[in-house]
Design a protein around this ligand. Structure first.
Ligand SMILES: [Zn+2]
Ligand SMILES: [Zn+2]
Length: 665
């Protein structure tokens, strides 16, 4: 790796709001950048609105404002949404900038000087009413293959055929409905991409350049001669005018990626730096692009060819993430499974919950991820709140109530383990394997919770105060380690641990924090409530809550090793009772074949009357950290239930002859 990193994510199109799919990419990239910065790298995160093209020109016209004003309004909205989700760009600029125009012209000239530009006539569809050439998306008609109505000019959504717009039957203008479309010829500029084909084959084959899944389909494109790329559009258009032309503009897909370079240039000019420090051919810098699957062609073929031809640095790595589904369905406005960033914020949900959920689900491969709102609730409440948050809060609160000062932390092997773990976590962040990062931190925190549970410092505070405070000091230190490892994902949570424990968190510091005062603890993360989830869900399935019933299971893969760490046991329910003032909870007393039966709390009071459960042999997860329900009600394990039968929860029952404590494998 070079000593400096320049990181970008795809430029959002300034024609609409950011949705939760955009945020998958933003969160993944932001987490990567924050992790690199935490580890001491110079890493700049540059982004911009992609502001040009026919859709924006037409939207602005419809809104009755100049396109510059239209994109300015969208820019303010995008910037505020990014800020709400703590996406920490060094610069969020736009592609309609003087810097971009300058770089676009230079790259166009360099391509020309390289003999890669060709001008030739193109026959296109023209609407005499709107007085404009119509791009494929602005022509509607019947598919020439299957006859399906209202298909776009380039491909049929029904049968998947691709064709020329002039092949459509009953073609009409999508803007004004004119069916009397003409065909007109106009000269266009083309980049002869095949000129760079051999170079692209070598570039894409270099190790680390592309993920293996992506390399596979790029190879397929490169196996055929690459088609020339039309980089010009006729007026009216919102973009940069092509030098020497009156009514011709650069196609938005030429100037958009150049926005990565020109926005870096803008940042450099504002900070007394030179763009060559990042993009110079020999700069000690790696350029990393994070993108979605839909724009791989542009980022692995067009863009590197342009940079190569014009003598700039080519990307070190193009990282592709999976697409987002919501409750198992593709995000679709017509199906009502579409959620904007604003919907999420307006429903009152905490942006850090989504950051945590995305990071906990994203791995290094481009597999799709599913946003299940129930899973979001369970993971935030069960992991961030009940595991790491609880460790920090419990330990800090006990220290606060008993002098407010940390003492000494033994044992030291915890810090030795932490050193090795931090190295692993750093490598995982480098590979964008945040799913594994989260798992490692949770495991480390669980162990500390178990240690605390075994030591019971809350009981010892009177009898052996030194031992109790030392155990708590260690727990606070472990919570601080976990917080710093999770900080790129949940910066506010980590900031809370830092603030309350009274000392800065810094990567690479393994000196225990000892003999130091702490500050008054307060909750680090709020619990996700069912009502909030239902409120957000109601925005995407009109009038309904989270869709009921079974759906395709889309959860990340578990290793055999991870699974085998789960201790499943048969348990006999010996007593069950309601919990006063908690109308969902049952307090179960369960015989697991141990010296004492355990107290386990289940949130199933709406599915079972207490006496219905007594005598049943159920399946119990026996090695979870204790979970505190307040008022001295602590659960030591979890009973498993199936969701969605006649009752909402149905206990997983084992035959009555299975002895309490038997392993379930
Ligand atoms: Zn068709
Ligand atoms: Zn028209």
């Amino acid at each position: 790796m070079a000593s400096r990193l320049l990181v970008t994510h795809a430029l959002p199109y300034a024609n609409g709001s950011l949705h939760l799919g955009h945020l998958v990419e933003s969160v993944q990239t932001d987490v990567f950048v924050r992790a690199m910065k935490a580890m001491g790298k110079e890493c700049r995160f540059i982004c911009a609105d992609d502001t040009h093209g026919t859709p924006i020109e037409i939207s602005a016209q419809k809104a009755g404002v100049p396109p510059e004003a239209f994109v300015e309004r969208i820019h303010r909205e995008h910037a505020s949404d990014y800020q709400a989700f703590a996406i920490d760009f060094d610069l969020f600029y736009n592609t309609n900038s003087p810097e971009n125009e300058q770089h676009v012209r230079r790259i166009f000239e360099a391509l020309g000087a390289d003999g890669a530009i060709e001008k030739r006539d193109v026959l296109q569809v023209y609407c005499g009413v709107d007085k404009r050439f119509l791009p494929d998306r602005y022509i509607l008609g019947d598919c020439p293959v299957c006859g399906t109505k209202d298909q776009y000019g380039d491909s049929c959504e029904n049968c998947g055929s691709t064709y020329e717009p002039t092949d459509l039957e009953n073609a009409r203008c999508a803007i004004c409905g004119n069916t009397n479309l003409e065909r007109r010829s106009s000269p266009h500029y083309f980049v002869k991409l095949s000129k760079y084909q051999d170079w692209l084959k070598r570039w894409t084959a270099e190790p680390g350049r592309l993920q293996p899944e992506i390399r596979n389909f790029v190879d397929k494109w490169l196996a055929e001669p690459l088609r020339d790329w039309d980089i010009s559009r006729d007026a009216p258009y919102f973009g940069f005018r092509i030098p020497g032309e009156q009514d011709k503009y650069f196609y938005v897909w030429l100037d958009a990626p150049i926005g990565y370079l020109s926005s870096t240039d803008k940042w450099c000019r504002d900070h007394g730096r030179r763009v060559e420090e990042f993009w110079g051919k020999d700069a000690d810098c790696d350029v990393l692009h994070f993108i979605g699957k839909d724009i791989v062609y542009h980022h692995t073929l067009f863009w590197p060819a342009m940079l190569h031809a014009s003598g700039w640095k080519v990307p070190a790595h193009v990282h592709v993430h999976g697409m987002l589904t919501v409750e198992g369905a593709k995000m679709s406005k017509s199906r009502g499974t579409f959620l904007n960033a604003r919907d999420y914020l307006e429903a009152g949900l905490d942006p850090e919950w989504l950051r945590y959920f995305y990071a906990a689900n994203l791995g290094p491969s481009p597999s799709d991820i599913d946003l299940s709102l129930n899973e979001l609730k369970n993971r935030v409440n069960g992991e961030l709140l009940a595991n790491v948050g609880n460790l920090a809060n419990r330990a800090l609160s006990l220290v606060w109530k008993n002098g407010g000062k940390l003492t000494t932390a033994a044992p030291s092997e915890v810090f030795t383990q932490a050193r090795a773990l931090e190295r692993e976590i750093g490598e995982l962040y480098g590979k964008c394997d945040t799913r594994a990062v989260v798992q490692k931190v949770l495991d480390f925190s669980s162990t500390a919770n178990q240690r605390l549970q075994a030591q019971k410092p809350w009981e010892k505070l009177k009898s052996d105060r030194d031992a109790a405070l030392s155990g708590l000091t260690l727990a606070v230190n472990v919570a601080r380690l976990c917080a710093r490892w999770l900080a790129p994902i949940v910066p506010r949570f980590a900031g809370g641990v830092e603030e309350q424990s009274g000392a800065k968190l810094s990567w690479g510091d393994f000196e225990p924090l000892q003999n130091a005062p702490i500050r008054e603890p307060r909750p680090l993360v709020r619990k996700v409530e069912d009502a909030e989830i239902a409120k957000l869900a109601s925005r995407f399935v009109a009038g309904a809550g989270v869709p009921a019933g079974p759906k395709a299971v889309v959860t990340p893969e578990l290793t055999v090793d991870q699974f085998s760490r789960m201790d499943l046991r048969a348990g006999r329910v010996v007593a069950a009772e309601r919990v006063p003032k908690k109308d969902k909870l049952l307090r179960l007393t369960i015989d697991l074949g141990e010296a004492q039966p355990r107290t386990i709390v289940s949130g199933v009071a709406q599915s079972y009357a207490p006496e219905e459960l007594i005598g049943k042999v159920v399946c119990v997860v026996a090695n979870l950290p204790p979970r505190d329900f307040g008022k001295e009600l602590v659960s030591h394990g979890m009973v498993l239930y199936a969701i969605g039968g006649d009752r909402e929860h149905t206990a997983i029952e084992l035959p009555p002859d299975v002895k309490p404590g038997s392993r379930v494998n």
